[in-house]
Design a protein around this ligand. Structure first.
Ligand code: F6R
Length: 251
C-alpha cells in the first residue's frame, strides 16, 4: 500500500491509467513541440510490455488528431530478447512497430533497438555509443517487473551496469510464458540497457498498473536501495515520476 504521505509527494501520481497516460503524453507532447520549435531533436527512452500501451495509444492519437509530429524524435528502447528476429511476434522490435513506430512519422534511422542477434558485447558497446552521441536520453519510460527489474536489469544488477547481455530471471520468464505459448519457448537471455544507462536519463517516468505490482512498487519507492531490487536505484534519481493506477497504489 502506498501511504498517504507517499501519495502526497509531488512525484507520485495516482489515478486511472488512461487519465495518467493523457497526463504523461501532454508533457511529452510539450517537450517534443518545444524542441521542434527550436530546431532540435528530443531523445526518448522507450519500454515494451503491457504498461506503456495506454501511453503509446495516446501518442498515436495525438499524432493522428492533434498534429503531433515525431520527425524530431530519436528513440532508444530498453531491451530485446536474444535470438528473436525483429519479425518474431514476441520480439520487442515487432511490439514497437505494432504499437507506436508503425503509426507515427518517426524517421527510420532515429529508431534504436538493441539487437538480440549477434555479438552481444559489440552490440552493447555500440548502443551505449549511440546514446551518448545522441546527447543522452531526455525522457525515459519504464515499467517494473514483479521482481523489481527495470529494463531487463534483473535482481543482482549493479547500479553501475551498462548495456549488456543478461540472463533472464525465473519470474521474468514465467511472466512471459503465456505470450510465448509456454516457458520452454521464452528466450533465456536478452540485451538490456544497464541501470547506469537508465539513471543517466534526465527525466524518468515509471508506470505500474494493477494489484500484482502493488508490493514491488512500494518496495521500489521506499525500501532499502539494493541491487537485489534494481528499481530501488530510482530513489537516487533527481527527476522520477511514479504513475500508479488505483490498484497498484492500494487502498
Ligand atoms: C520492457 C521492460 C520490462 C517491463 C516490465 C513490466 O521493455 O524493460 O522491464 O517494463 O517487465 O512489464 P509489464 O509492463 O508487461 O508489466
Amino acid at each position: 500500500m502506498i501511504s498517504s504521505e507517499m501519495r502526497e509527494m509531488a512525484n507520485v501520481r495516482v489515478g486511472d491509467k488512461e487519465s495518467l497516460a493523457r497526463e504523461i503524453v501532454a508533457e511529452v507532447d510539450s517537450l517534443i513541440r518545444l524542441r521542434a520549435s527550436e530546431g532540435r531533436e528530443v531523445v526518448l527512452g522507450l519500454a515494451t510490455g503491457s504498461s506503456p500501451l495506454p501511453v503509446y495509444a495516446e501518442l498515436v492519437r495525438r499524432h493522428r488528431e492533434e498534429g503531433l509530429s515525431f520527425a524530431n524524435v530519436v528513440s532508444f528502447n530498453l531491451d530485446e530478447y536474444e535470438g528473436l528476429e525483429p519479425s518474431h511476434p514476441e520480439s520487442y522490435g515487432h511490439f514497437m512497430q505494432e504499437h507506436l513506430f508503425g503509426h507515427v512519422d518517426m524517421r527510420r534511422e532515429a529508431i534504436h533497438m538493441p539487437d538480440g542477434n549477434g555479438d552481444a558485447e559489440k552490440i552493447a558497446a555500440d548502443y551505449e555509443g549511440k546514446m551518448e552521441a545522441a546527447g543522452g536520453i531526455d525522457w525515459q519510460l519504464l515499467g517494473i517487473g514483479r521482481n523489481g527489474h527495470i529494463g531487463f536489469n534483473e535482481p543482482g544488477s549493479s547500479r553501475e551496469s551498462r548495456t549488456r547481455r543478461i540472463e533472464l530471471n525465473e519470474i521474468t520468464r514465467q511472466d512471459a510464458a503465456p505470450a510465448f505459448g509456454g516457458i520452454q519457448n521464452v528466450p533465456t537471455h536478452a540485451v538490456t540497457m544497464g541501470v547506469r544507462s537508465i539513471l543517466a536519463a534526465r527525466q524518468i517516468c515509471l508506470l505500474a498498473w494493477g494489484e500484482s505490482k502493488r508490493e514491488i512498487v512500494h518496495e521500489a519507492m521506499s525500501g532499502k536501495v539494493t541491487s537485489a531490487l534494481p528499481a530501488t536505484f530510482l530513489q537516487d534519481h533527481a527527476s522520477v515520476k511514479w504513475y500508479l493506477d488505483f490498484a497498484a497504489a492500494g487502498p
